[in-house]
Design a protein. Structure first.
Length: 86
C-alpha cells in the first residue's frame, strides 16, 4: 500500500509511513486497514464476532488516491490468501 501511495503522492507519501497499517485476525476472519488521511480506512461495520459476517465500511475516504491505496491492500491480501491455499 505504501509503495502505491508513494508512487501517486511522491515523497510526501513516503513520509506518512506510520499511517499505513493492516490488522488481521485470521481466527475470526477480521480485516481492518488504514492509510494516510484523517483516520482514513476500510473497517468492518461491527466488532469482531466469529459467528456474524460483516460488511466493510469506510471512514474519511475522500480521495481517489486513498481508495486506490486500500484496494491495493485488499488485492495483496487476496493474493496472499490464494497463495497460502496452494
Amino acid at each position: 500500500m505504501q509503495d502505491v501511495y508513494t508512487k501517486m503522492m511522491g515523497e510526501w507519501g513516503r513520509k506518512r509511513a506510520d499511517d499505513f497499517w493492516i490488522e488481521i485476525k485470521k481466527d475470526i476472519g477480521w480485516v481492518n486497514m488504514n492509510c494516510p488521511g484523517d483516520a482514513t480506512g476500510l473497517h468492518p461495520d461491527h466488532e469482531p464476532d466469529r459467528n456474524r459476517p460483516y460488511r466493510f465500511t469506510c471512514h474519511n475516504l475522500d480521495s481517489p488516491e486513498q481508495q486506490i491505496t486500500l484496494f491495493t491492500g485488499l488485492a495483496v491480501l487476496h493474493d496472499m490468501a490464494r497463495k497460502a491455499k496452494t
